[in-house]
Design a protein around this ligand. Structure first.
Ligand code: SF4
Length: 84
């Protein structure tokens, strides 16, 4: 991660970036509101995050990891994120 200190823990083991011990192995992830993630294509992800508009939410149920990519789906390179 950017500051070298963060650890992303994640239990979504069907994700391409998921690693043993419930670690996220992506070099960056994009957490956003469902209202943005739903309509946005898979090519819009963490590499574009700094120029994306803010997407406020009021509950954790309204947020998601947009970097999720189903393991073996063939879409692993669409988001520009690298697996460590
Ligand atoms: S990219 Fe998102 S869904 Fe996939 S392992 Fe990382 S945090 Fe979990």
């Amino acid at each position: 991660m950017a500051n070298g200190k963060q650890q992303i823990m994640c239990s979504v083991d069907s994700c391409h970036y998921w690693e043993s011990g419930n670690h996220c192995g992506a070099d960056m992830i994009m957490v956003t509101a469902d209202s943005m993630a739903d309509p946005a294509p898979d090519t819009i992800d963490a590499p574009q995050a700094s120029i994306m508009p803010a997407t406020p939410a009021e509950h954790c149920m309204e947020t998601c990891c947009k970097t999720f990519t189903l393991k073996g789906s063939g879409k692993e390179r669409m988001d520009g994120v690298i697996k460590s």
